[in-house]
Every structure is written in structure tokens, then in C-alpha cells.
Design a protein. Structure first.
Length: 409
């Protein structure tokens, strides 16, 4: 049976589900890693940094080599790296401890970095009759994949027990394995070479530099919450694993996915600059509520609503940049992904480092003790409160962006 461009689009959707798996499965297991392998909050933050730092390096390499190697070969290889990395996550920590986790994370991060760069141009290059609203839908499938990872993983651990967690990465590895076969068969359209804008031209464009600033801030705003919310709910708010994951990372992903679907439907009718500014303000408020509120349910509500506040940051800038730089090609998508991954690396890493440090700051701990919090709870809340600087940076970046537009006109 001949494959069509619709099959390609479905493969792109599944590709973003694969990204959701490799980015969000491990955070659901952070508490297990912490207890079973005696890993500190700082070491967990380095796992997050390694994941997105590796993806950042891969983004940079894709700028130079993706068009030479070919989209099909790279996207299939990316899914294979994800499969191997997930299998490593299941097996290596029991043999090598923390080093095994590092190897597993680095392996699947290679695949995650390639998919993040290539899925956008592959979907965007499809004939317009086949990819209506595909860019927004592609990004929303990352969120629905995130929801599936949280729900199915939480249900599985409830049924088989937390001690059987190594089974989960093996089961999730089936998704990228099947999608690797799909991408080996579906038609792939590549942007014409003569239309591509050079990296130098992009980097010397003032608008594009501002777009990169926004991508850094949006990546940090999104990942600082999504990577820590599961551990924060269980250790920082002292709610059960099931309740914390359902009301924390799961609702976060639901709100983010809903926001992206709505953006896909009504995005042409809204002022994206104003929408991003409002999103930044909402995000700041959500981080403040999550970190300051002493009511666990109210704090979890702040965590969940952060998903809505960040929902259009990343896809909004990608689609807006794609419309402005119609010949940007792989270079543009790679540079935008690099900016986003810088934020994805810095945001959760700084949150973790500050959380770990705050546990040892006596004056900070004493503030928490007056509220009935122990050192770890106080540290985690301090880390999330610091993360509010990322949407604040986005708000400032949007102001600079609007001023640049006014000067241009």
C-alpha cells in the first residue's frame, strides 16, 4: 500500500509523542532514582541539564549536516537512538548506578534533539492540503504524549508496583521503534535549496535574535515546571504519588495541549505579541502560587495552570518565525530549537541547583520552618520561586521586540 503525505503527518505526530516520552518519563521516576540510587537534587538537575544540553549540541550539528545527510536517514536514526536510550534507562542504572542514568539520558537525548529539529520542517514542507494547522497540531501532540506518559506510567506503577519500574522504559520504547519503521517508508518533502536563508543572515537579523531570546525564555518557563512538578508534588507538597502526578504533570500537559489546540484553531485571529505577553504574566503568577501557597491543592493548581500559560510560547514563535522567514529551512528551525533547548537546559537546572542549595541556607530553612515546612520542602519551593524569572525575561523580551517593530516602522 502506497504511503501518502497524511501518513507522513501522522508519523510527525508520533515523533512528538516520542519526544514526550524521552523528556518526561524520567522525571516521573526522579523520586525512585533519589531513593534507590541515593541521588541528590543537584545530581537530578544535572540529568535534566545533560538531556537538554545534549539536544542543544545535536541542534547545532543539524544546522550544518542535516541537509547533507538527508532527512529520512536522520529521522530514522533519531528514533533508534530513543529506543536504545530507553532500553539503557531500564538496565544500566542497576549496573553502573548514576553513571548508567547519565549514559541512558545522553543516548535518548541524541534522538530527541534530531527529532526536535526535523519534525518541524518535515511537517511544514508537506503540501498545504495535507498539513492544515499541522504546525500547531504537531506541537499539541507533544502535550498529548506527555499526558499519555503520565497517565499510563502512573497506572502501571500502581498496578505492578514502583519496584518494577524498569519494565516501563522497555514498554515505551515500542513507540519510537514502530515510528522508525514508519519514517523509513513515508514520503518526505525537503525545502528547496535555493530558498534557504543562511545561518549568518539569520543571526544578523535583529528580529531573529529577539526570537531566539523568546525561545530561550519560553523553553526555561516550560521545562522548569514540567521537569520538577512530579517530585515537587510528592516531596515538596507531601501528596501521594498518584494524586500528585495526576494533578501536577498530567494536568499541566492537558492545559498545555488544550492551549496549543486553541492556538491552532484561532491563532490567525489573535495578536501573537500581546498573547505572549499575557502568557508571561500568567506564568509568573502561576509560579508564585505554586511556590508560595501552603495549601497543596492550590499549589498544584498553580503548577497545572502553568501549562496553559506556556502553551503558545514555543509553537507561537516557531510558526511566527516560519511565516516571517519563509526560506529559513533547516537552519532556522535548528537555531530556534537551539534557543529553546538552551532555555530547557538552564531553566530546570537552575531550579534544581537553587533547590539543593536552599536546603542548606539556614535563613531560608528557618523561614520554611515557621510555616511548618522541612528543609527539602523549603528548598523545592525556593527553586520554583526563582523560576519565575524566566517568564519575566520573556515579558521583557516581548517589550524589546515591540519596540524594535515600532522603530522599524
Amino acid at each position: 500500500m502506497n504511503k501518502t503525505h497524511r501518513n507522513t503527518l501522522f508519523a510527525c505526530y508520533t515523533g512528538f509523542v516520542t519526544q514526550a516520552i524521552v523528556n518526561n518519563l524520567a522525571p516521573l521516576l526522579f523520586v525512585i532514582f533519589q531513593d534507590q540510587f541515593h541521588i541528590s537534587l543537584e545530581k537530578i538537575s544535572w540529568l535534566i541539564m545533560l538531556n537538554f544540553g545534549t539536544q542543544l549540541v545535536i541542534d547545532a550539528l543539524c544546522v550544518k549536516f542535516a541537509d547533507r545527510i538527508g532527512y529520512r536517514s536522520l529521522i530514522v536514526a533519531a528514533h533508534i537512538f530513543c529506543v536504545v536510550g530507553l532500553l539503557f534507562l531500564s538496565a544500566l542504572p542497576h549496573v553502573l548506578g548514576y553513571a548508567g542514568l547519565l549514559i541512558a539520558v545522553m543516548t535518548y537525548a541524541i534522538g530527541g534533539g534530531i527529532t526536535d529539529v526535523l519534525l518541524n520542517p518535515i511537517a511544514d514542507a508537506l503540501p498545504k492540503g495535507d498539513n492544515a494547522a499541522s504546525m500547531s497540531l504537531v506541537h499539541s501532540f507533544y502535550c498529548w504524549g506527555h499526558v499519555a506518559v503520565v497517565l499510563l506510567t502512573t497506572l502501571a506503577m500502581r498496578v505492578i508496583g514502583a519496584d518494577a519500574w524498569p519494565v516501563l522504559p522497555v514498554l515505551w520504547a515500542a513507540v519510537p521503534l514502530i515510528n522508525a519503521y514508519r519514517f523509513a517508508k513515508v514520503p518526505i518533502v525537503k525545502p528547496a535549496e535555493e530558498k534557504l536563508v543562511s545561518v549568518k543572515a539569520l543571526l544578523f537579523n535583529r528580529f531573529f535574535l529577539l526570537a531566539l531570546i523568546l525561545m530561550i525564555a519560553s523553553g526555561a518557563s516550560e521545562l522548569a515546571m514540567s521537569q520538577w512538578v512530579s517530585l515537587f508534588a510528592e516531596k515538596g507538597l507531601r501528596v501521594s504519588k498518584v494524586l500528585g502526578d495526576l494533578l501536577g504533570p498530567c494536568l499541566f500537559a492537558v492545559f498545555m495541549g488544550t492551549g496549543r489546540v486553541l492556538f491552532g484553531k484561532y491563532g490567525q485571529k489573535i495578536n501573537i505579541q500581546k498573547a505572549l505577553s499575557y502568557s508571561a504574566v500568567l506564568c509568573i503568577l502561576c509560579y508564585a502560587v505554586a511556590s508560595i501557597s501552603l495549601n497543596p491543592l492550590v499549589a498544584l493548581a498553580g503548577c497545572a495552570l502553568t501549562g496553559l500559560s506556556v502553551s503558545l510560547m514555543w509553537p507561537g514563535m516557531v510558526s511566527f518565525s516560519a511565516r516571517r522567514f519563509t526560506g529559513g529551512g533547516t537552519a532556522m528551525f535548528s537555531l530556534l530549537a537551539m534557543g529553546g533547548h538552551i532555555g530547557c537546559s538552564i531553566g530546570p537546572w537552575m531550579t534544581g541547583v537553587v533547590s539543593a542549595a536552599a536546603e542548606n541556607w539556614r535563613w531560608v530553612v528557618s523561614i520554611g520552618e515557621r510555616q511548618g515546612l522541612d528543609a527539602m520542602q523549603t528548598g523545592l519551593k525556593s527553586g520554583l520561586l526563582l523560576a519565575a524569572i524566566f517568564p519575566l525575561a520573556l515579558l521583557i523580551g516581548m517589550f524589546l521586540f515591540r519596540r524594535a517593530e515600532v522603530e522599524k516602522n
